[in-house]
Design a protein around this ligand. Structure first.
Ligand code: AMP
Length: 400
């Protein structure tokens, strides 16, 4: 495999799957409303691996967690809707099984036919899963010849299906989604090409400190927007009105500005803002003349001047990593800055463009430019941990 991290880890293509029981840990932790899946990205992202295993003649057992049922069976977190959805997408039978201990599954596995996909009920119904318990791992291992991890979004957790289980299965490896995630994130942290632009936004500086620290010597330009920007603005002693400011991170923000300057790199903050008196008075939204935010007003998006300047930087870049929206993009009136960044990234087709998971993935999708990005991570927490230089337990567990 091309990435440095993936050396020593087998790919699904290198394993013999023919007539084997293949357990695939997927990340089907999808958002749902009243039992209806509202975003199927994670399911779609696992399809290449599932289809490949089917073509190779595997008997597939899929498993994922969904929500936080905290080690107890809770019907609202059942995988049933996911199984039905997957069944329609694959156009074949997906059979939901409650659990693997006891005699009942034995009979089911005896009659397991090629091309029949089994889906295990929510892994987190079992208290062992989050404790990285060996008992659950052994129960699954009994039916597993080959273990595949395709759940990048869950691989920052040392849970039973992620860590304890692969330790019990000799033939283990990474699925296509896992490989793609690592390959793209490795391009950002190891094989980046200058100019390297990192766009950071979202609610908090504190969540991103690790990533900033890990990237500070690699990035040429940091573009900072979202609520995060106001903590930096406060560090420069500029008025922030009633915008979100993380008081305990103001000092860090000030030091960061100096550190970036000392390295002859750029950290660019908004030059203008969209401001509102409060979230229930959005119709009064206006754009500031300069950087100062008046008393009684809060910043909720980057303004047009900022969009234009950020766009220029994004246009020139060869490597672009984006994490965190530029404003409260969930409200259409406050999404312009975020969508402008997405549009600028989409325009630069010669760059490696990588979008972090979670809110940033949702923002990219809402912008309509998602399919123009080279990679959108399916893992929020996992991609941040990886980019801050941490080894992911689920990736390490796949090594030979
Ligand atoms: P994060 O998970 O840190 O990437 O933060 C994402 C959240 O930050 C989104 O829900 C945005 O609505 C929110 N956000 C972005 N900009 C602002 C802002 N200026 N004021 C309040 N919330 C914001």
């Amino acid at each position: 495999m091309s990435s440095k991290t993936l050396q020593g880890i087998r790919s699904i293509e290198e394993l013999d799957l023919d007539e084997k029981n293949v357990f695939i840990r997927v990340d089907f932790n999808v958002p749902m409303e009243n039992g209806v899946i509202t975003d199927d990205n994670r399911i779609r992202a696992a399809l290449p691996t599932i289809r490949f295993a089917l073509d190779k003649g595997a008997r597939i057992l899929l498993a994922s967690h969904l929500g936080r049922p905290k080690g107890k069976v809770d019907p609202q977190y059942s995988m049933e809707p996911v199984g039905e959805y997957l069944s329609r997408m694959l156009d074949l039978d997906v059979v939901l099984i409650d659990e693997l201990r006891g005699d009942a599954p034995k009979a089911l596995f005896k009659g397991w036919k090629d091309g029949q996909v089994l889906l295990l009920e929510n892994l987190r119904f079992d208290p062992d899963e989050e404790k990285n318990g060996r008992d659950l791992a052994l129960a699954i291992a009994e039916y597993t010849d080959v273990y595949i991890n395709d759940a990048f979004g869950a691989s920052h957790r040392a849970h039973s299906s992620i860590v304890a289980l692969p330790q019990e299965v000799r033939n283990r490896g990474a699925g296509f989604l896992m490989k793609q995630e690592i390959e793209f994130l490795d391009k950002v942290i190891y094989d980046y090409e200058a100019p390297f632009v990192t766009i950071l936004g979202g609610a908090k500086v504190s969540d991103k400190i690790g990533v900033i620290e890990n990237l500070i010597d690699k990035v040429d330009v940091f573009l900072v927007g979202g609520a995060m920007a106001y903590t930096f603005q406060a560090a420069q002693k500029l008025p922030t009105g009633s915008s979100l400011v993380e008081q305990d991170k103001v000092k860090f923000a000030g030091e960061l500005i100096e550190r970036v300057k000392a390295r002859d790199k750029k950290l660019m903050l908004p030059l203008d803002h969209v401001i509102v008196p409060s979230f229930d008075r959005l119709s009064e939204a206006k754009i500031t003349e300069g950087v100062a935010i008046p008393e009684g007003w809060m910043g909720v998006d980057i303004g047009p001047k900022t969009q234009a300047v950020f766009r220029e930087e994004i246009k020139r870049a060869k490597t672009i990593f984006w994490n965190g929206p530029m404003g409260v993009f969930e409200k259409p009136a406050l999404a312009k800055g975020t969508f402008a960044v997405a549009a600028a990234m989409a325009e630069n087709q010669s760059a490696v463009t990588v979008v972090g998971g979670g809110d940033s993935a949702a923002a990219a999708k809402a912008s309509g430019f998602a399919d123009k990005m080279k990679h959108i991570s399916t893992g929020g927490g996992a991609s941040l941990e990886y980019l801050q230089g941490d080894k992911l337990p689920g990736v390490e567990a796949l090594r030979r």
